[in-house]
Design a binder for this molecule. Structure first.
Ligand code: GAP
Length: 464
């Protein structure tokens, strides 16, 4: 069975719950739409992805620096960024049952090219032409209000002791503003020369009207951003390079080329002069945005300079000129990255006399590097030797699983579903029942199911 035939969002969601990757947020209270929690295996995969992404975007590059900005910001930031006025989705209400729809998504679902960046007038023109073809998803009637822009920023009452909500401090609508706010601090403290990059993984929140498709559209998310500051008008070739680098990175972490593609935006978001998505072929969804790559020109620094009154120009040490750098951005939601990597690694295939589910994750991304088991858990001598091996490997790799539940076959299936690349079994031959095999263990390979006998003292090097 090929992966594309067998993998569905339903199966991914079920695997994530069954194997401790992702749980619905606040589940025992009936959940909270658009929020998910990462479980013990999920947080390992998520952290491994963050580490791999950080290495590629900070350590493997020159002149790239990390940051971690506070989430709350002065309310003026979101006026300057354009979010209080221009960060919205077009919504309409059903006049019969009050159900709210996202008009751009409903139009797209019936094949009409529309998106949230269109003006209210543009989207209403298309909506009016198609009203007969868009029934309310709840009551089936076709009696909607006109579409109107609904702002996506999430308000808080931080520092507001009046309960009047006069000047809300917003949760970040996009993480990158924390980078722009610290651009001057970094220039002053680190003296980077253009072009230089600032990199951050941080939270963002959006009042999505219809969070859906599991981790694809959530209300709380983490964005992994790179912002490259370049000389004005020196954007074109750097932009092309960034696009290729980002695509190559997805290929390098094992995503199949057939599931990735570029798409250029037709309608540009308010801050961008050119924008591309890297799209992934998500299960049950098809190709959709995985990562955004935006040429933001000098929009952001210019806006912050004007609204804050602080000089954000860069003094070119070579020419002594002052100018506002242009910004090239890459931004990916960690949830979407997680979903794409997990879906791509998901395989159902025949093994032995049944079908197994296996996550063929790149070994350094898998939640566990290796699992260790005693052949039988009621034989103290096997358990003692297995624990010795377990502790030795744990000291070396950290993320090592101890698995003595059920028979060995069941343990292999369980570790396959988690994506553990190697399973080690300590048996009676390890203890010397067959003297030729004394101090050797069975190493079973996830992707092929092949097994080999390896001496304990060679294990660490072999696994590395
Ligand atoms: N700073 C630019 C920015 O925020 P964006 O295209 O709105 O651009 C960047 O978002 C990325 O964040 C997207 O490509 C996607 O991976 C992720 N993202 C955006 N909205 C999301 C949501 N509601 N749920 C999950 N991920 C989301």
């Amino acid at each position: 069975m090929s992966q594309s035939e067998s993998v569905t969002m339903e199966k991914i969601v079920a695997l994530c719950k069954r194997r401790g990757f992702v749980f619905p947020g606040s589940e025992i209270y009936g959940g909270l739409a658009g929020v998910f929690d990462f479980g013990p295996n999920g947080v390992e995969l998520l952290n491994n992805l963050k580490r791999a992404w950080w290495k590629a975007n900070v350590y493997d590059k020159e002149n790239y620096y990390g940051l971690d900005a506070g989430m709350f910001k002065n309310p003026r930031v979101w006026d300057a960024s354009g979010h209080t006025s221009g960060f919205s989705d077009p919504l309409a209400d059903c006049r019969e049952c009050n159900t709210r729809i996202r008009v751009d998504k409903e139009l797209a679902a019936i094949g009409i090219q529309a998106d949230e960046k269109m003006s209210e007038a543009e989207i209403n023109k298309l909506f009016d032409e198609q009203r007969e073809n868009i029934p309310c998803p709840k009551c089936g009637k076709k009696n909607f209000t006109p579409a109107r822009a609904f702002n996506l920023l999430v308000k808080s009452n931080l520092g507001d002791f009046t309960s009047e909500g006069g000047e809300p401090v917003y949760l970040p609508g996009e993480a990158c503003q924390g980078i722009y706010l610290n651009y001057k601090n970094v220039v002053d403290s680190m003296s980077p020369k253009l072009p230089f990059g600032l990199v951050q993984i941080n939270k963002a929140f959006r009042n999505e009207i219809s969070p859906r498709n599991f981790l694809f559209r959530t209300r709380e998310m983490e964005q992994a951003d790179t912002q490259l500051f370049v000389k004005p008008h020196e954007n074109k070739s750097a932009f092309e390079q960034i696009k290729q680098d980002r695509m190559n990175w997805y290929l390098s972490i094992g995503i199949k080329p057939k599931n990735l593609r570029f798409k250029q935006h037709e309608n540009l978001v308010f801050y961008a002069s050119d924008a591309w998505d890297i799209e992934y072929n998500f299960p049950s969804l098809g190709f959709d945005e995985l990562e955004g790559i935006h040429d933001r020109t000098d929009y952001d620094l210019k806006q912050h300079m004007e609204f804050s009154g602080v000089d954000l120009t860069y003094l070119d040490p070579e020419t002594n000129e002052r100018y506002i750098p242009w910004i090239l951005e890459t931004s990916v939601g960690m949830g979407r990255m997680f979903l794409a990597v997990l879906a791509d690694a998901y395989h159902e295939e025949e093994m032995g006399d049944g079908i197994r589910t296996v996550l063929k994750l790149r070994p350094d991304l898998a939640p566990y590097r290796v699992a260790v088991s005693p052949l039988l858990k009621n034989k103290p001598e096997l358990v003692a030797k297995a624990r010795e091996v377990f502790l030795m490997l744990k000291k070396e790799f950290g993320n090592v699983a101890w698995d003595d539940n059920g028979n060995v076959g069941k343990r292999y299936r369980r570790q396959d579903e988690i994506g553990t690349p190697y399973c080690i079994v300590i048996d009676f031959d390890t203890l010397g029942e067959n003297p030729d095999l004394l101090d050797t263990v069975t190493v079973r390979h996830r992707d092929t199911g092949d097994q080999e006998r390896v001496n304990i003292i060679e294990l660490v090097n072999k696994l590395k």
